[in-house]
Design a protein around this ligand. Sequence first.
Ligand SMILES: NC(=O)c1ccc[n+]([C@@H]2O[C@H](COP(=O)([O-])OP(=O)(O)OC[C@H]3O[C@@H](n4cnc5c(N)ncnc54)[C@H](OP(=O)(O)O)[C@@H]3O)[C@@H](O)[C@H]2O)c1
Length: 289
Amino acid sequence: MSQAALSGKNYVVTGANSGIGLFSARRFAQLGANVALVCRNEQRGREAVTEIIATTGNANISLYLADFSSLASVSEMADNLLRDIPKIDVLCNNAGGANGSRTVTEEGFETTFVSNHLSSFLLTKKLLPAILNAAGEDLARIVFTSSYGHFNSALDFNDLGLKEGYSTLKAYGRSKLMNLLTARELQNRLAGKSVVASSFHPGAVRTPIWKKGGLLARLLGLILYPFMKSVAQGSATFIWLASSEDRASKGADGHYFYEGKRADTAKFATDEDAKRLWQKSEELVAPYC
Ligand SMILES: NC(=O)c1ccc[n+]([C@@H]2O[C@H](COP(=O)([O-])OP(=O)(O)OC[C@H]3O[C@@H](n4cnc5c(N)ncnc54)[C@H](OP(=O)(O)O)[C@@H]3O)[C@@H](O)[C@H]2O)c1
């Protein structure tokens, strides 16, 4: 791609102050895009903006704040984005993490469920008019950072908040299953529009995530550390899926990728569950739309 390949394009990247999000946002900036970084912590967000501007020479980097454990916070931030950026070419739904124990937010949702799934669902829904505004001669794109962890277990629609049998890996895995199902159903709903939705697994990547998810995540991180991908390697598929230089969909339409290729999803990642999850998520986020 040429250095100015993404010039004039508007990118929104969530979880953009660290790891895969930061690396990818920096790359989009390097390629000339206007990049809106969505972060939960103002200081970490400001540091990311400063670093990206300094390393890329691209000054069109902005910061938006939202805590994804709060739908109200995400909704307000989405309104700010819509006010400032009426055309969004690419939305990267990347913010996410694991939680060592089951907690419930003030809004009444299990924390991993809302932070990793419902918030990106709400953000996507609210930003859709701006994304459709950008979808024309070039394709607009929506990419979800999912995970191989989605193989952990099927969804239980009677207990999406895991009141029964919570474990860090189960909650995380299911939220990542929700990410790939959302990309798939979103693509169905966008049939005929110039928008491509996709999801991907970055691999096990050396990012701070392993230090944030409680004891089990820390332990797993220590064991896997020697075998992990670099952040650059883990971000490559993301950057490839999110690069909207032209109309090529790259065969991404609704699919799940790993290392630049379509990858298998769990057998229980069915189209029926994708539809059902969409309907349920719509109901849950409705008060915040
Ligand atoms: N690293 C891996 O091996 C791996 C493997 C598979 C999938 N993934 C996925 O990759 C994505 C990026 O993770 P990463 O590995 O780059 O880890 P990371 O460096 O910890 O980055 C995660 C980003 O998400 C943000 N975030 C987490 N919870 C949030 C919340 N409640 N509200 C707002 N922002 C929140 C973090 O903000 P703070 O900096 O404020 O915490 C950070 O900016 C995640 O969705 C993760 O599930 C990672």
